[in-house]
Design a protein around this ligand. Structure first.
Ligand code: 9UX
Length: 72
C-alpha cells in the first residue's frame, strides 16, 4: 500500500520556493501525490514505500536547498 508522511520544510520564503520543493519531490520515483504549504512549512507526500524511502524524500528536499525533517 501507499505510505503518507508529513515533512517539516524550513527555508521556504516565497511561492517559487514552494514550486522548487514540489518539483524536487514530484520527479522522484514512486511518488503518488504531494502538496507543499508555504504558510505551514509542511509537505504532505504519498508514495509507494517499495520504491522510495522517507530519507530519500528528505534528502531530495535538502538537495533543493531547504531544511527538511520527516515528522513522526
Ligand atoms: Mo523565492 Mo526561494 O525568490 O529559495 S525562490 S526565496
Amino acid at each position: 500500500g501507499m505510505r503518507r508522511i508529513q515533512v517539516r520544510v524550513t527555508g521556504m520564503t516565497c511561492s517559487a520556493c514552494t514550486t522548487s520543493v514540489e518539483g524536487a519531490i514530484s520527479t522522484l520515483p514512486g511518488i503518488a501525490r504531494s502538496s507543499v504549504s508555504l504558510l505551514q512549512n509542511r509537505a504532505l507526500v504519498v508514495f509507494d514505500p517499495s520504491l522510495i524511502k522517507d530519507e530519500d524524500i528528505r534528502d531530495a528536499i535538502e538537495d533543493a536547498g531547504f531544511e527538511a525533517e520527516v515528522l513522526p
